[in-house]
Design a protein around this ligand. Sequence first.
Ligand SMILES: *Cc1c(COP(=O)(O)O)cnc(C)c1O
Length: 494
Amino acid sequence: MKFVSTRGKNEPVSSARAIYQGLAKDGGLFVPESIPQLSLQDIDSLRAMPYHERADFIIGKFLTDYSAQELGYATSSAYSNSNFPEQVAPVVNIDGEYSVLELWHGKTSAFKDMALQILPYLLTIAMKKEQIDQQVLILVATSGDTGKAALEGFQDVPGTRIVVFYPEDGVSDIQKLQMATQQGDNVHVFAVKGNFDDTQTGVKNIFANEQMNEQIEKLGYKFSSANSINWGRLVPQIVYYFSAYVDLVQEKVLELGDKVNFCVPTGNFGNILAGYYAKCMGLPVNKFICASNANNVLTDFINQGVYDRNRPFYQTNSPSMDILISSNLERFIYLLSGQDSKLVADYMQQLNSNGRYEIAPDLLRKVRETMSGYCYDDAQTCSQIKQVYESKKYLMDTHTAVAYKAAADYRTQSGDPTHTVILSTASAFKFSQDVLMSLDQDIAALDSFEQNRLLSKLSAQSVPTRIAALETAPVRHQTVIDKEEMFASIKSIL
Ligand SMILES: *Cc1c(COP(=O)(O)O)cnc(C)c1O
């Protein structure tokens, strides 16, 4: 299987090269040349497998230049009991209509672990295959969850260093502490004055700057990315869509061949796009529901066919979705347009120069056949947490709540009775302050850890061990920089 650029101007490369390189040379994103097809029997065969074997099966369809041994090592190490102590990605049936796919049972209590535990294996194997003798320098811009998950994934991985930038005021207290206390000799963390888009733009500019790349190469390093523009981040996310489906067949909620809907709390469009790849591979999916917060650029895109980032940026109580440029939408348009790389390059050029583009009516029709979009403000998010907690005894975080409400509104408005899987992307304990306020608790006098203990009492769930341990963990990283200082900070640590 070869990988090509969404913008059509990169020669086809192996999967190892695509993962190692991250971004195509023409500025596009790597996509597989064709999409492997699974039959219902193939899908059914996943049912008897533990998660890591399901991952092996699905990822192996794309990374055909990795040997069975290499891939088996990567999947069994990444999805081991020590990384996912309970289950990897359990599906919880809330009632007849909805299930919740819990993607936060990994080390950092957010769904980013699903991909970032395996990416370092995929990347270091790729480097060996490509005979790269430089060290990889992973740059990450994070709105909170990616940074910590990438730090955990890359901690002390030989041949790699990782630098994480996060917006100083754009992440929760727990998220900040998770990053500030990160252990490891190859990890560096900087808080940046500004919002997430400033931080992300800063990292993208460094990647694109030839002089900066040269300076880094002279020091013996090569930049790479752990953001979801990297195919190695995306491909592991396809697995849990299949995994959820066969678990629901196993539990007799579905019969093999039945269609399902997936409702996804969306930011950079990576998670939901992985679901669309699963559908293209043969997973029976009826509709994707794209759930956003007040940064509703995707909702407008799905409803009107205009992507317009020229709008105010809001800091919301679901910060991992506070994004105005959803990078992976580029791959979706590529797929829906019948792999029309000229069209994609044209839209991206418009986005770059005017901050907006409008898709053709027939393309919009395809978007709307595949997907519905909904968006909610913070107050609606909070009341959804409360309602589901009181009526179903299920506690969810703010991101999941946005999706839950979208699933419910879609069901009412469309009349579509298809069983809907809601993707739960973070543990409630990562956002306890907002969750407790949603439940009308008075938390003014409580610090983050007291809040977590209260949440634990209310929910009868224990605080995830690694979050509880932050209370006594030493802070190792506390540098705050201006956004103009990002490159200088990188050089300072090499
Ligand atoms: C990253 C993240 C999202 C958004 O996922 P995308 O793949 O960027 O669309 C949603 N919720 C949480 C908790 C996240 O960490």
